[in-house]
Design a protein around this ligand. Structure first.
Ligand code: BG6
Length: 288
């Protein structure tokens, strides 16, 4: 199918009725629904679905830069580009295909990208929906240049939450984090689980492989499993910053939380011909 700007969107469906929508704009997952039809991702009612703008919601991929840590535009260019469907991807492990509905996408730098970031790469993304509704995103990034390069990456996942004041994030206890609200100063997390009552903009470092987001009111837990992605971004703009974001409603911060699997603090370096793989798996547990 196509969205209203004519950009192709691929719909994945599981036999039990879970679904995911993946746009070629940014290689971005825009929707992920359970077999009961519940939407698990947040998308702003003010989102702009027109490149080169990035879409506010779903799972934009920040690459090759996170935030404004380098010379590139905020969060890098990958989320603003039109990716192509990769008809003949190099094989992955059978577990990444068997019994799954999936799509393979590919991003290569344009001439314009090479001017701002002079490194030839192939970024292959598989988005897979398992029969039980799990969503997996596998990124393979290959250096096809003759010089090494380094990059950062984040799956900037906007989870839909019923009420941010009822949400807890577990799995980041005792971790160090860089606080973007304090010039990236390094702090150590003290509390049991994270709860939210003001703006949060942090990069947790070297977290365990699993992080869980609890949504008490609606008894939903989302489990994030990750490989190759040591860091976890946690972001909510809260009241004041929401008003500054043009493509975000003033009250929408109450209904979203970004929790990203990421590799930020220690950029990944690839020698010529080398490939890096990063994996994110999202699953949902409804406790009724
Ligand atoms: C966060 C950054 O992860 O992403 C924030 O740390 C930023 O500073 C947010 O505001 C959203 O970024 P953008 O470019 O999508 O508005």
């Amino acid at each position: 199918t196509k969205d209203k700007n004519g950009i192709e969107v691929v719909v994945l469906r599981s036999p039990r009725g879970a679904s995911a929508r993946v746009s070629l704009h940014g290689g971005q997952v825009l929707s992920w629904k359970t077999d009961r039809g519940e939407e698990l991702l947040f998308t702003s009612s003010k989102a702009i679905f027109k490149p080169p703008a990035a879409v506010r919601g779903g799972i934009p991929i920040c690459f090759p830069q996170f935030g404004n840590r380098g010379a590139l535009e905020q969060h890098g260019f990958a989320r603003n580009k039109i990716w192509v469907i990769d008809r003949n991807p190099p094989p992955l492990h059978p577990n990444d295909s068997d019994g799954k509905s999936y799509i393979d996408l590919l991003l290569k730098p344009s001439q314009e990208d090479l001017k701002v970031w002079p490194h030839s790469f192939e970024f292959r993304l598989r988005v897979a929906l398992a029969a039980d509704g799990y969503l997996t995103m596998i990124s393979r990034i290959r250096n096809i240049n003759c010089k090494p390069f380094s990059f950062s990456i984040a799956y900037h996942t906007y989870f839909s939450v019923s009420d941010i004041s009822e949400v807890r994030v577990e799995g980041l206890e005792t971790r160090d984090y860089l606080d973007n609200l304090y010039q990236r100063e390094r702090f150590t997390e003290q509390g049991d689980a994270l709860t939210f009552e003001s703006e949060v903009d942090r990069v947790y470092l070297n977290s365990t492989h699993t992080v869980a987001v609890f949504n008490h009111e609606i008894k939903r837990t989302i489990v994030i499993r990750k490989e190759g992605l040591p860091d976890v971004v946690v972001w909510n703009p809260w009241e004041k910053k929401s008003k500054l974001l043009l493509d975000f409603g003033d009250e929408e911060y109450k209904h979203m939380l970004c929790v990203d699997g990421a590799a930020i603090e220690k950029p990944i370096t690839l020698k010529p011909g080398e490939e890096w793989t990063g994996r994110l798996e999202l699953s949902v547990v409804n406790s009724t």
